[in-house]
Design a protein around this ligand. Structure first.
Ligand code: GDP
Ligand code: MG
Length: 174
């Protein structure tokens, strides 16, 4: 069984932990300590193959740390998460993505752009179009809007990332 390391990145409060816990455990945790950085395991079938996923739910992206460099180095796929209710959180992803590309020293790193909290219609400040536009600027990085609360598009994001890693490995070994 293949072992894939995924890393969930994004500003504080965008829903990284809620998305991770919803994906791994199938429950929505409304209150989750924002300082907890933990890793989770889940076995998942994608295209009739089983994958053992190790998902690192990060916390505290404000400063650069050696720790961060280490887990980006060992990460094989990245979820870049913002909240559709928080413009700053989308802007913070620009620097984060650059950091990932720099540390991985590659322009083809499996990643997914995720606009979470899509259920909060009244509080939305970032349109779907803006998400699409960011994904185009990043060379058509796959983009999904999600709701950890409603469990919408949660599996889809992880499946997309796993498929990208599979493709990446095939290209690198051929
Ligand atoms: P993190 O700091 O990125 O890990 O953010 P959390 O996962 O802890 O989420 C912060 C808060 O945002 C949670 O306590 C929830 O109240 C809220 N939240 C997270 N995801 C969603 C979502 O999909 N919809 C709504 N309405 N609220 C969410
Ligand atoms: Mg968290």
């Amino acid at each position: 069984m293949r072992d894939y390391k995924l890393v969930v990145l994004g500003a504080g409060g965008v829903g990284k932990s809620c998305l991770t816990v919803q994906f791994v455990q199938g429950v929505y945790m409304d209150t989750y300590d924002p300082t907890i950085e933990d890793s989770y395991r889940k076995t998942m079938e994608v295209d009739s193959k089983m994958f053992d996923l190790e998902i690192l739910d990060t916390a505290g992206v404000a400063q650069f740390t050696a720790m961060r460099e280490l887990y980006i180095k060992s990460g094989m796929g990245f979820l870049l998460v913002y909240s559709v209710t928080d413009r700053q959180s989308l802007e913070e992803l620009i620097e984060l993505r650059e950091q990932v590309l720099r540390i991985k020293d590659s322009s083809k790193v499996p990643m997914v752009l995720v606009g979470n909290k899509a259920d909060l219609l009244e509080e939305r400040v970032i349109s779907v179009e803006e998400g699409i536009s960011m994904s185009s600027q990043w060379g058509k990085v796959p983009f999904y809007e999600t709701s950890a609360l409603l469990r919408s598009n949660v599996d889809e994001v992880f499946v997309d990332l796993v498929r990208q890693i599979i493709r990446n490995e095939m290209e690198n070994h051929s």
